[in-house]
Design a protein around this ligand. Sequence first.
Ligand code: THU
Length: 133
Amino acid sequence: MNPAELMNKARKAAENAYAPYSKFRVGAALQMADGTVITGVNVENRSYGLSNCAERTALFTAMTIGNKDVRGIAVAGPDAWEPLPPCGACRQVISEFCTPDTPIYYDDGEGGFVISSVGELYPANSLMDMADK
Ligand code: THU
């Protein structure tokens, strides 16, 4: 699946965001090595700090169904007015399951998207390679 198609999957997923507090919907789509796409949305909570970002929802879903081989990530925010790269917490979680060259595509806030990578967004990887995968 090409980057634009993966972004469309993320944008479609964002329709299911549970974001009654921020009113800021986000969808993420993971391109898996087997050709499947796994999506996630942000899930907020009335105790604001418990909110989960779309990227982590998608990654946790991937692990839940036993699909670990992530080859690309798309993040779409239909309510975004500026570029929407993953937050710091998500960058750390993403780094657990991806390599530095894994592409990340994210909304540019103007109807298009930015092409980046895990290594570009999280260059000084913290605690890498500690797990026996
Ligand atoms: N959010 C995401 O889901 N992903 C991002 O990359 C940035 C922010 C969510 C968290 C919260 O539910 C809402 O967007 C506003 O910050």
